[in-house]
Design a protein around this ligand. Sequence first.
Ligand code: NAG
Ligand code: NAG
Ligand code: NAG
Length: 542
Amino acid sequence: MHISISGLLGAWLALTAVAKPVGEPELQSRATDFTNPILWQDHPDLDVSRVGDVFYYSSSTFAFSPGAPVLKSYDLVNWTPVSHSVPRLDFASKYNLNSATDRAYVKGIWASSLQYRKSDDTFYWIGCIEGKTYVYSSPNSGAGANNGEVNNWNWSLRATINKCYYDCGLFFDDDNTVYVAYGNTDIQVAQLSNDVKSEVRSQSVYKGSVTIEGSRMYKVNGNYYIFVTRPANEEWVLKSKSPFGPYEQKVLVASISGPISNAGYAHQGGIVGTKDNKWYYIGFLDAYPGGRIPVSAPITWGSDGWPSLVKVNNGWGLTYPMPVSTSKTVPAPVGTDNFSSSALSHEWEWNHNPDTTKWKLTNGVQLQTATITNDLFTARNTLTHRIIGPKSHGTFRIDVSKMQDGDRAGAALFRDVAAYIGIYKEGSSSRLVMVNNLSLNSDWSTKSTGTIAATGPTLASGATDVWLRVQADITPAFSGGATRQTTFWYSTDGNNFQQLGPAFGMTNTWQFFTGYRFAVFNHATKALGGQITVKSFTMQKY
Ligand SMILES: *[C@@H]1O[C@H](CO)[C@@H](O)[C@H](O)[C@H]1NC(C)=O
Ligand SMILES: *[C@@H]1O[C@H](CO)[C@@H](O)[C@H](O)[C@H]1NC(C)=O
Ligand SMILES: *[C@@H]1O[C@H](CO)[C@@H](O)[C@H](O)[C@H]1NC(C)=O
């Protein structure tokens, strides 16, 4: 794979912008229609289900930690993260980002599954990580007795099964028998023990003539279904009277146009029914540079038991009627996080497992330097946040007064080809820099630790707070080839922002899987001991 950087020719502008007021409503309205995507954020390999009035959504996170976020919605359209199924990536020591040669980029949590079992009031997450299957569970949730609301998320590792259930879909039958559909091309069904800790039996149930994967298993009106994707254009449905087959096959969607241009075709999704028995298929679009974003469309069931997608002008609709009419709502994905809660919100994920001795919540997120390195890709405790599309900026307010000689802190546009605006502390001087051309090779070793593309002013001695802003246009350019641009800005008063350095052209390649994220970092190049405090983060569309 060739990674190229373009767009370095952007003008060296010094523009002034005024910060927008925070808290503007960004939820989809309760009008009669919703607009795709249902959440313009990188949440791939989704597994969506419903408990009472609440829909839950799980997605894959690779080497970000905690892993496998759980999102919640009351209407299938507005979503907010409420938990993570995998509190820490304890699969191997490389998930701690030990060194430049002991890292886990693009490994970790791939397509996995989240389901609730009413009989024991427990949420189960299951996924294959590098050859083994891990089961996490969160018991005593209260969801069954409380219309889907969870009083207490309490995830822990429940079992390790010494076999890979690749791209698995978990399914609890009416009699509580536990099944997992999984595999690539040769689709298998395993029955697990009732405690979801071991395999009872497993067999092949359907052999594809082409690559199929991403299994999701359901029972609707007495039929068993396995939904699989033929990547990256199609979704197939397998149907049987028995969990172990034989299964018949039909295509649900194949390369249907829409609903967003310059993105891929909706695929690798799942289905969910509302309380009043309306059904939806939700798949994701390859929407790089932003990652993979979910789109939804209603499905109907024929009298023969096969589902069909409700199309608009023979394509995937940009809008459809709102699935659920409800007054219950979730927080908007934009706004300010001032870190006043007792824990980090589930909007945040670290790049690999953090060193927990080197950060804490104390009037903000205090990030002590955790690694001595000149390589951001090897520095521990970089905190990341998904970008909301199609265009948004993330602004970190950072107290830099306790940085030490050699420390580097900043706000990054983080991916395998990255850039940042930051502070280089040299002696007692704090210099603003914009750095681009950080990149990884195709084997995810570091190719370039970056190039200073622009130097800004030196902060006044005794300066405490600086605002660093990353303004990103993640409008899909996956099949269109256009290069989307990001610009980097700073402010010393939180109101007047100056751009620093050229616009940075984002890569649209898919191989890193995770899309671009906002990130904040602090690492040492000389000695540990320095720290910054991230006092707030504001994400707004522009
Ligand atoms: C969470 O689960 C652990 C066992 O894994 C248990 O010891 C603890 O009491 C639980 N915490 C809560 C708040 O339920
Ligand atoms: C932090 O945010 C919360 C919730 O929006 C707000 O109530 C609180 O006043 C804020 N604290 C500060 C110090 O800004
Ligand atoms: C980017 O990094 C690569 C690899 O270190 C280097 O060859 C190239 O010259 C750099 N490009 C710029 C514009 O600095």
